[in-house]
Design a protein around this ligand. Structure first.
Ligand code: SAM
Length: 353
């Protein structure tokens, strides 16, 4: 591998983590991401007296020709690895909708310098692919699970998929993916009453659970600050109900979660609070969208086109230079809650969470 200068931005942060979205399509309609169901419309109207914003992002799937091929993704990852990227997270949309995903995992896992390949999924199609993904080199899986109540799960995600998801989580543990993580986005009035149940579930099943604050990345642009349950409030509730929460001390400053171990279990609970306690100062993440645009922040209003460069026969050196140029422009921080906040140009499902 040809090693070149690390991807360092103008604030001195070194990029180590590349999130790769492999499709913009999703088989769920989560109300905090792609709120296109009647239940989501009703919730926003009835509970918050708000409708999905007229400036909402109307979804149009990208035509297939716009989506990066596995070879194109592999090439970019190889180049990024030469510039210090160590960790790849495969995401989407729903990554398991991408055919033959295990082939991409195998290609990426073999790249020198890549130490960790993980995937975020809603789990609905996981069981069919689990073994192939493991054999291909996938090490870690994060499942999205915002409710343990079948009806509430359906309301949030638009899909009657809780049983399938729980079976997927169990299978991931049996096969030895480690850790098996569960992410829960908490929205006031929709699933905040399940915080304690989710924590108890994690403790019982020895899972790593992350509570995530709702961010203004929904395609409906219905997000309001009042809908966010701040990390501190989540923690207070957990401390009141979960015995023996011991803080995990970490020297990894780029970690997004504050973490606690649960006494008497190998479970771990974390809180990711990008809205109430931003951690941009140590952000080492960049994101590649399924259609080949690089984003330097979840809330970027600009994107950088790698697809056309890849297809215009740019050399590896030219692509490396462009990566440096783009990372050099990484935003210092997000501006959620400030008067100058602008919604990102795309929803989380298109960016890749
Ligand atoms: N489809 C996969 C899944 O459901 O995990 C991967 C893509 S999804 C966009 C990745 C992650 O983003 C999920 O854990 C989801 O909960 C999170 N997410 C989506 N919209 C969000 C929002 N508005 N605020 C916080 N997290 C969000």
């Amino acid at each position: 591998m040809i090693r070149r200068a690390l991807l360092t931005d103008s604030h001195g942060r070194v990029m180590r983590d590349l999130r790769v979205s492999v499709t913009d399509r999703c088989n769920f309609r989560c109300m905090y991401c792609l709120p296109e169901t009647e239940a989501a419309e009703n919730f926003y109207r009835e509970r918050w007296a708000t409708v999905l914003n007229p400036t909402r992002i109307t979804r149009e799937w990208q035509p297939k020709k716009n989506i990066l091929s596995f070879e194109e993704i592999e090439r970019l990852v190889r180049i990024a690895a030469g510039l210090g990227i160590q960790k790849i997270r495969i995401t989407g949309g729903e990554p398991l909708l991408r055919h033959d995903l295990e082939q991409l995992i195998a290609k990426i896992s073999g790249i020198e310098g890549i130490e960790d390949v993980a995937m975020t999924t809603n789990g609905f199609l996981f069981r069919q692919k689990a073994r192939a993904l493991l054999d291909a080199g996938l090490k870690r899986v994060s499942f999205s699970c915002d409710s343990l109540d079948r009806e509430n799960f359906r309301r949030i995600t638009g899909r009657d998929g809780l049983a399938e998801l729980l079976a997927a989580v169990r299978l991931a543990q049996e096969l030895g993916f480690a850790p098996v993580k569960v992410n829960a986005v908490i929205i006031r009035g929709i699933n905040d009453h399940e915080i304690e149940a989710l924590a108890a579930f994690a403790a019982r099943e020895s899972l790593v659970l992350r509570f995530i604050e709702f961010m203004p990345l929904d395609s409906g642009r219905a997000w309001q600050r009042e809908m966010v349950v701040p990390g501190k409030e989540i923690l207070q509730r957990l401390q009141a109900t979960t015995t023996g929460l011991a803080p995990v001390v970490s020297d990894n400053k780029s970690e997004t979660a504050k973490r606690w171990r649960v006494a008497g279990s190998s479970a771990e609970i974390g809180i990711i609070a990008p809205v109430s306690e931003p951690f941009c100062g140590h952000c080492n993440r960049i994101r590649l969208t399924a259609d080949g645009k690089l984003r330097t922040c979840l809330f970027s209003t600009v994107e950088h086109d790698f697809r056309s460069r890849l297809r215009d026969a740019a050399t590896d050196e030219a692509l490396s230079d462009y990566l440096h140029e783009v990372v050099g422009q990484k935003e210092a921080r997000h501006h959620i809650g400030e008067p100058d906040f602008k919604f990102a140009s795309r929803s989380m499902s298109c960016i890749g969470g």
